[in-house]
Design a protein. Structure first.
Length: 313
């Protein structure tokens, strides 16, 4: 209420007497005397009430206003720190078949390239164009320090020509730079949920194997899928993970032809478990797969780290 202009009046606020001057409101006077806090304090957005009387106002206090929330003041994922790109040279060492439509390509470098599980590198063959790939291990878990192992789609080396822009053959010179990407394995945190589509298993396998050594007690849930069950080439890797205590492993395939009893029907995204806020999700595959997993992770509030596949890889 506003006090009469002809005389001062007395009020009691929070058990304390308060005299209101002509032209002032009781709220303004109480704020000036420190008997009540400003609106930001009442909403839990500022310090407590003043412990002493505020300086006498030279004029009437401005009206208290509330501003709308800042739309940019939202929680955003922490970006991966910028890392220095290393460059190495070498040559293609071997090309072997892992499944009817999956090849393993191994490049031997003159010197080891530093990278972490889940990182990607940019590979350029002599006469070809740059391709971003995810280094991994052999399905049995082996790789030399100066080797880069890749899992790629193709029935023969000729099928890789379109991907690299040149023939892929042993002895062909290769240039590599990296690491790049945001799918790096990060020790610590909650359950590790790993999702791999087709040859996206390359990066997921590197992360899973590292996690078993670095965090043997950390819970891991692995979902692996392919269009054709014959392209589920990673069974030796899965057996190693089971032997180290990983029990939540799901295989899925779209096609029913020659689908084993341990392979579930349908897309792998249909078999991802209910996610938790504390989960850390790594997924590797085509854009549609990554998009679907990202939506699930966002709905649960889980952290999500994608490892995209080059078209044709």
């Amino acid at each position: 209420m506003r006090a009469p202009t002809s005389a001062r009046c007395s009020l009691v606020v929070n058990g304390q007497p308060l005299r209101v001057s002509p032209g002032d409101t009781s709220l303004e006077t109480a704020l000036a005397d420190g008997m009540i806090g400003p609106m930001t304090v009442l909403l839990g957005q500022g310090p407590g009430p003043a412990s002493r009387r505020l300086p006498v106002r030279a004029r009437r206090a401005e009206a208290v206003t509330l501003s709308a929330p800042d739309p940019d003041a939202t929680i955003r994922p922490v970006k991966t720190p910028v890392r220095t790109l290393a460059r190495r040279t070498g040559s293609i060492d071997s090309i072997t078949a892992l499944a009817p439509r999956v090849l393993q390509v191994v490049a031997t470098l003159e010197r080891r390239l530093p990278f972490e599980p889940g990182d990607q590198v940019v590979v350029t063959l002599e006469g070809g164009h740059p391709v971003t790939l995810t280094p991994t291990l052999g399905v049995e878990g082996g790789a030399e320090l100066n080797e880069l192992v890749f899992h790629l789609r193709g029935e023969s080396a000729e099928d890789l020509t379109a991907l690299f822009g040149c023939p892929v053959e042993p002895g062909r010179a290769v240039k590599v730079k990296g690491p790049v990407g945001n799918g790096t394995y990060r020790p610590g945190g909650g359950r590790l949920v790993l999702v791999a589509a087709e040859t996206g298993f390359a990066g997921i396998w590197a992360i899973a194997r590292a996690a078993r050594y670095i965090e043997p007690a950390r819970e891991i849930c692995l979902v692996v899928g392919a269009r054709d069950p014959l392209d589920l080439y990673m069974r030796p890797s899965l057996e190693w993970l089971r032997a180290t205590g990983v029990t939540r492993i799901t295989l899925a395939a779209d096609r029913h032809r020659q689908r084993g009893p341990d392979v579930r029907p349908g897309p792998l995204t249909a078999h991802i478990p209910s996610l938790r806020t504390t989960d850390v999700v790594h997924a590797s595959g085509c854009p549609s797969t990554l998009g679907a997993v990202e939506v699930l992770a966002a709905a649960a509030g889980a952290r999500f780290y994608p490892i995209p596949l080059e078209p044709g890889a």
